[in-house]
Design a binder for this molecule. Structure first.
Ligand code: FES
Length: 321
């Protein structure tokens, strides 16, 4: 265990909706948990030795517990299946302290919160926070059906229920979310937050960009990504600026893997380009960005990249390592 990790006990595990469980985590030694802000996630070390990120979905004012909601995803790479099937009440698991790569923008005059499926977890936490501070917001929550809608009761009993609109795929067309209409009038004071499956997020973000939303007003967190591989992928070199050491990245290895084989470990978590943990500064050369973490502007600057998934457009990248 390091200074940034904690042992927590599973105090409660409940079925929240079809294929969705919540896990209530309390500190194993009984103390208060480190504070967190809306949009935060924790890394959970699972019994099958993999680490996954889960957004905290309880009220950020609470310090006695962390609550996470997990969808059992048939296309999972082992994380959601492991936590659903192997983690039981009473188990002690190691987690990271909360990290926030999806914070609320304090300058927002109004917040538009869009959740798709299990992407509701950080969005609900944001809604709690905005309601607590009396901020202006509107939340839209899209799911396939009522029985797959996590936190339905909690939202319906909340003080902010009038600010939430549910959109179920199984219902009539006029009840479904019309993204183009919702985003039709970008406003300088309104910030948009979106979390959900990749197709949902792509639809929301591409619509917002097309309709002229400022990039700085778009806030998003992808929770999974397919690795982007191409037959055209080739090998390239990376140089560590601190030592001048050059490492070859073969076409079938990631930069992180090649560096690890050469004795340089970069901190990683998701290994999918969504969490930002491995973010590394690029001093020379042009990265081939394959992540879902950086904004279009950050990508265009080419001065940082995610070496767990991104590659190089030039033969050499000089890294600030
Ligand atoms: Fe998550 Fe690289 S480890 S983005």
């Amino acid at each position: 265990m390091t200074a940034s990790t904690l042992k927590v006990r599973v105090a409660r595990k409940e079925v929240e909706a079809a294929d969705i469980c919540t896990f209530e985590l309390v500190r194993a030694d009984g103390g208060a948990l480190p504070p967190f802000s809306a949009g935060s996630h924790i890394d959970v070390s699972l019994p099958n030795r993999i680490t996954r990120q889960y957004s905290l979905c309880n009220d950020p004012a609470e310090s006695h517990r962390y609550l996470i909601g997990v969808l059992k995803d048939p296309s999972s790479r082992g994380g959601s299946k492991a936590i659903h099937e192997l983690v039981k009440v009473g188990d002690v698991v190691e987690i990271s302290t909360p990290k926030n790569h999806f914070p609320l923008a304090h300058e927002a005059k109004r917040s538009l919160l869009l959740a798709g499926g299990i992407g509701v977890t950080p969005i609900l936490c944001m809604a709690e926070r905005l309601a607590t501070v009396g901020a202006d917001f509107e939340m839209h929550y899209c799911t396939r059906s009522r029985d797959r809608t996590a936190f339905l009761d909690r939202i319906q009993r909340s003080s902010f229920v009038r600010r939430v609109q549910f959109h179920f795929d199984e219902c009539s067309d006029d009840q479904r979310l019309d993204i183009a209409v919702l985003l039709a009038e970008p406003n300088a004071g309104t910030h948009l937050y979106v979390c959900g499956p990749k197709g949902f997020m792509d639809a929301v973000l591409s619509n917002a960009r097309r309709q002229g939303w400022e990039e700085s007003h778009l806030h998003y967190e992808f929770f999974a990504a397919e690795p982007v591989k191409s037959d055209a992928d080739g090998s390239f070199e990376v140089m560590l600026s601190s030592s001048g050491k050059v490492v070859v990245v073969p076409k079938d290895k990631t930069v992180v893997e090649a560096l690890a084989a050469a004795g340089t470990n970069v901190e990683i978590s998701c290994e999918q380009g969504v969490c930002g943990t491995c973010l590394t500064r690029v001093l020379e050369g042009e990265p081939d960005h394959r992540d879902l973490y950086l904004s279009p502007e950050e990508r265009a600057a080419n001065d940082q990249f995610l070496p767990c998934c991104s590659r190089a457009r030039t033969g050499l990248l000089v890294l600030d390592l």
